[in-house]
Design a protein around this ligand. Structure first.
Ligand code: ADP
Ligand code: MG
Length: 240
């Protein structure tokens, strides 16, 4: 589903990604972890074309992300992305947030978008909050709306960038529960997260990044059992 092949990227002189290669199969859940500044966010932003890269290739379901002929807005509509800071439109109601891209990008009519939006809002346990504005919801609720909004686009894969790290501790699980459910339903997911409980529960593979490189890409049991690299061992010993 997602093929990342020898991707390198520079910000000016600074090389942020070095020869990164990995792939995510349909229905697979891959957790990406590693120290702050190691390039995790940059890598997943490259996957849906939010960041350009200078060498290597990335394809999503056969569509080459770096190809100038690729319709990036169309690709982004098919790859859901959930950020650390929710990124809901603050001036729009929850239902408006859920409908906007469905109508503008997918061309659904309002009734259709609304039906889909409300169904997904119900699924993340927030149907009663449909008419509110993002500022009236807790962080955990806003993040669940952000997930519902991404799912409303019928994504072929979902990318998560530390979706729980801006949340108060008591709200982390309500968001992780939604993600666990998605994983169990077979969604293809690439998740940057340090929630190792989540990784243990649903990840197929764990990728460990350090200084712009993929240092380790292992089956979950192998990664938690005995990471090969010293850097991954040191990282795990700090966060577990
Ligand atoms: P992570 O998500 O693992 O914390 P990032 O992908 O956000 O890491 O960043 C990797 C490195 O790239 C960091 O050193 C960061 O300072 C740098 N970086 C990120 N975005 C930019 C940018 N727009 N311009 C220059 N450097 C950046
Ligand atoms: Mg990051």
């Amino acid at each position: 589903m997602i093929e990342i092949n020898k991707v390198s990227k520079w910000y000016g002189e600074f090389q942020v990604l070095t020869d990164c290669s990995t792939s995510v199969a349909k229905g697979e859940v891959v957790v990406v972890c590693g120290p702050s500044g190691s390039g995790k966010s940059t890598l997943i932003k490259c996957v849906n074309g939010l960041e350009p890269f200078q060498s290597g290739t990335i394809s999503v379901e056969g569509t080459s992300v770096g190809d100038p002929k690729t319709n990036l807005p169309k690709l982004r509509a098919r790859v859901g992305m959930v950020f650390q800071n929710f990124e809901l439109f603050p001036h729009l109601s929850i239902t408006e947030n859920l409908c906007l891209a469905q109508e503008k990008v997918l061309g659904r009519n309002h009734d259709e978008a609304m039906e889909k939006g409300l169904k997904l809002l119900d699924r993340v346990g927030l149907k009663a909050h449909a008419g509110k504005f993002p500022g009236q919801l807790s962080g955990g609720q806003q993040q669940r709306v952000a997930i519902a909004r991404a799912l409303a686009m019928d994504p072929i894969a979902m990318l998560f960038d530390e979706p729980t790290s801006a949340l108060d501790p008591e709200m982390v699980n309500e968001v992780l529960d939604v993600m666990v459910q998605l994983a169990k339903e077979g969604m293809t997911m690439m998740c940057v997260t340090h929630e190792m409980g989540f990784a243990r529960k649903v990840a197929n593979r764990v990728i460990f990044m350090d200084r712009g490189s993929i240092v380790e890409d292992a089956h979950k049991d192998e990664f938690f059992g005995q990471p090969r690299s010293e850097r991954a061992q040191a990282f795990l010993s700090k966060i577990l």
